[in-house]
Design a protein around this ligand. Structure first.
Ligand SMILES: Nc1ncnc2c1ncn2[C@@H]1O[C@H](COP(=O)(O)OP(=O)(O)OP(=O)(O)O)[C@@H](O)[C@H]1O
Ligand SMILES: [Mg+2]
Length: 238
């Protein structure tokens, strides 16, 4: 399966008659079977980039090359659960009844740590639990390409670590392509095959990490050095 390529992509929004260039001439290769991580300050255009790739937003310039053969899933920055459906029904929402594999769904519910809550309603869940339902829903769809917008932002340190491990496990067995947005540099270093630093709608720098992502030690010299570089990239605003 091919990846997705952005060529010279720009996006403008008009707010009170002022045109804001949110993404400016982005060239980006989102490789198949890899994890591409986008890092950048609040408001730099990360969600807009994901929405363009998902086809939820129209671009104003350039093109997105996609063979459209992929089964895509999207974990939104805010949870988008149906309040009238319980956890299990939220997770299987949109999947053809004949395609629902109950054993697999139960495994996924267990994986996100919500086994005791499968018949609970969203209003009975905490923010982080709702986030985990959204993640489970994306996995249940068995996608080839998954876009995740700060999916672990509401989780505590240990749950977050656990979810990162589960994500890597799924990725290593299904080899799905992942486009992942985070504010955490450590998370980017743990997960990313490629890390993109976005600043005010422009790609400021990008780094490729060769090392397998299930055996990385962030205290290793090369990761400490890379972290310093990334902090510097994020600190200095052009
Ligand atoms: N529908 C819209 N109409 C007008 N402006 C928008 C719209 N969506 C986003 N923007 C603007 O585009 C810019 C980028 O927004 P975006 O949501 O992509 O940022 P982000 O990098 O995801 O930020 P965060 O880390 O806070 O989620 C912001 O200045 C925002 O105000
Ligand atoms: Mg965002």
């Amino acid at each position: 399966m091919d990846g997705i390529k952005l060529v010279n992509v720009s996006k403008f929004y008009t707010v009170e008659k002022n045109s804001i260039k949110v993404l400016n001439r982005i060239d980006l290769n989102i490789q198949a079977n890899k994890i591409t991580v986008i890092l950048g300050r609040s408001g730099c255009g990360k969600t807009t980039l994901l929405r363009l790739v998902a086809g939820l937003e129209k671009l104003d310039q350039g093109e997105i090359l996609d063979d459209n053969s992929k089964k895509k899933a999207y974990v939104f920055q805010e949870d988008r659960l149906m309040p009238w459906l319980d956890v299990k029904k939220n997770i299987t929402f949109g999947i053809d009844k004949n395609d629902i594999d109950n054993k697999r769904i139960n495994e996924i519910i267990e994986m996100v740590g919500l086994k005791k809550f499968y018949s609970a309603y969203p209003k009975q869940l905490s923010g982080g639990m709702k986030q985990r339902v959204s993640i489970a829903r994306a996995f249940a769809y068995d996608p080839d390409f998954i876009m995740m917008d700060e999916p672990f932002s509401a989780l505590d340190f240990f749950t977050r670590e656990q979810m990162q491990k589960e994500l890597l496990k799924i990725h290593n067995t299904s080899r799905c392509s992942i486009l992942f947005v985070t504010h955490s540099i450590d998370e980017a270093l743990i997960l990313g095959d490629k890390i993109i630093i976005l600043e005010k709608g422009v790609i400021k720098s990008q780094y490729e990490i060769e090392e397998e992502n299930d055996s990385r030690d962030l205290l290793d010299y090369k990761f400490v050095e890379l972290k310093k570089k990334i902090i510097n990239d994020l600190k200095i605003i052009n």
